[in-house]
Design a protein around this ligand. Structure first.
Ligand SMILES: Cc1ncc(COP(=O)(O)O)c(C=O)c1O
Length: 507
């Protein structure tokens, strides 16, 4: 009877879960992981190949049927089957590392960041206490401080890595509520004045979620009109603040978005800050998307005034290309998060530990266990250095500039907004059949509204690329192109416009 290690690499068909550590054999375990690592590498290398499809789209009903053969069974399956499952899952997944995957505000795949995520998984711990995650808690502080210094914050601050910008934004409203209304933790919203928050009309929907979750309700979030480039109009903000004061409501919070989700607008922080100071309101900057510009000397002016903010959301998993999910919440008021969330669970946060318990980050969070999100960010940043990130960000902005110029130069394309601020470029493709129509007519609007979804469907079925579209305010469906993949090149910019023409010319 061969020992499991004799079978290594030859026959995973006859090896099972119990041949792995802790019951089984170290060599089998190692070989299993090697094979999985090879699969991962092959997937990423394939994803970087422009001749490969971005996705193999399968309709959900068909995929659901397919998975009927992959039920969890009573009896164990061989390790070979598990390796085959991994292969199958990767084949069915969108290649988000592909240089032509433009669908979301994240893409690309950084090898060092991947190493960080793998090491994180191998360490398999939770952030809540220093005793369980000593290095990670120190790294979190270090990285938060680095990000705060890029915001121009000079004093030590507080902060956390969170499962997404939506959660970071939720923290911002929670912190502001507890700062201005210290009894809110005990009393909830009962007996409080009507607390009002402000944000631009084009903010991310997580701001609405935040006021819903915190019991304020959507009517407590006032939407400030935006200018022709999607930026909050400070004068309109002040009007809304005054209107709410007249009704004895209490304005307490303003969110400025730095890089709006669709248009990529940067709200004017300095002007908004003046209004915040005048009326004693918390200033939050949602730089989940556009915060990456802080890494570039050329583009950081877009966030001028962020040094005055009370809190910031910044997602390294978006423009910086750190592996999902990685969102930082920075907060200038050092003790407010603990004030909001401290529950003193005595089984976890004992006060008489052998070390300084202020290193236990868990009791200031909304969670109990918390994933380690810092390593993949810190490690990647160390490997690129500030210089590497500066080049990375400048490259993305230059791709957007090229696309905008091409859109302006081509007859069949029309820009939705002039001079984009971020790496978002929004445009319509206008096929020949619609060229003769008056752009303001209902007929044109109805017809152009259907063009982007049709082209998007074609590109998904073909697998050539992926990008997003949406209507906005009164504007019919348009394409939203975003650059966040360092691997995307000028040739991809030209490809995407040519491909849209190829797919849409007969519509
Ligand atoms: C401006 C902005 N804020 C917040 C978020 C939410 O971030 P997450 O998807 O990490 O929750 C997004 C997501 O696209 C965003 O664009």
């Amino acid at each position: 009877m061969p020992s499991p290690s004799d079978l290594v690499a030859q026959d995973f068909e006859t090896l099972y879960h119990n041949h792995l550590l802790p019951y089984g054999d170290a060599e089998v375990s190692e070989e299993f992981l090697k094979q999985i690592t090879e699969l991962m590498s092959a997937h990423i290398i394939k994803s970087n190949n422009r001749d490969e499809k971005v996705l193999n789209f399968v309709y959900p009903e068909k995929l659901e049927k397919f998975f009927k053969d992959y039920k969890i069974t009573e009896k164990p399956l061989s390790l070979q089957k598990i390796i085959d499952d991994c292969k199958m899952i990767m084949e069915l997944s969108v290649k988000t590392a592909h240089p032509r995957c433009f669908n979301q505000l994240f893409s690309g795949l950084d090898w060092v960041s991947l190493a960080g995520e793998c090491i994180t998984a191998a360490c398999n711990t939770s952030m809540y206490t220093y005793e369980m995650a000593p290095a990670f808690n120190c790294l979190e502080k270090l990285t938060i401080d680095k990000m705060a210094s890029l915001c121009g914050w000079t004093e030590p601050c507080d902060g956390l890595f969170n499962p997404g910008g939506s959660i970071s934004n939720l923290y911002s409203v929670q912190a502001a509520m507890n700062y201005y209304f210290p009894n809110v933790k005990q009393e909830g919203c009962y007996g409080m004045p009507k607390m009002i928050a402000f944000t631009s009309k084009h903010c991310h929907y997580s701001m609405q979620r935040a006021v819903v979750i915190l019991g304020l309700g959507t009517n407590s979030l006032r939407q400030v009109p935006v200018d022709e480039r999607g930026r909050m109009i400070p004068e309109e903000l002040e009007k809304l603040v005054l209107a709410c004061k007249e009704k004895n409501e209490v304005p307490f919070f303003v969110n400025c978005t730095s890089g709006t989700t669709v248009v990529g607008a940067y709200d004017p922080i300095e002007e908004v800050n003046k209004i915040c100071k005048k009326y004693n309101m918390w200033l939050h900057i949602d730089a989940a998307w556009g915060g990456g510009a802080l890494l570039s000397k050329k583009h950081k002016h877009l966030l001028k005034g962020i040094e005055e903010a009370d809190s910031v959301t910044w997602n390294p998993h978006k423009m910086m290309g750190v592996i999902n999910q990685c969102s930082a919440f920075l907060c200038k008021k050092k003790d407010i998060l603990a004030k909001c969330n401290k529950m003193n669970a005595s089984y976890l946060f004992q006060q008489d530990k052998l070390y300084d318990v202020s290193y236990d980050s868990g009791d200031k969070t909304l969670q109990c266990g918390r994933h380690v999100d810092v390593l993949k960010c810190w490690l990647m940043w160390r490997s690129k250095g500030d210089i590497g990130f500066e080049n990375h960000i400048n490259h993305l902005f230059s791709l957007a500039d090229l696309l905008y110029k091409e859109v302006k130069a081509r007859d069949n394309f029309e820009a939705v907004f002039d001079n984009p601020q971020c790496t978002n470029v929004c445009f319509w493709y206008i096929p020949k059949s619609l060229q003769h129509l008056d752009r303001t007519s209902t007929e044109f609007k109805e017809k152009i509204h259907k063009i982007a979804p049709k082209i998007k469907a074609e590109m998904m079925l073909k697998g050539s690329m992926m990008m997003s579209y949406q209507p906005l305010d009164t504007k019919p469906n348009f394409f939203r192109m975003v650059f966040n993949n360092y691997g995307t090149r000028n040739e991809d910019v030209l490809f995407l416009l040519d491909e849209i023409e190829r797919l849409g010319k007969d519509l």
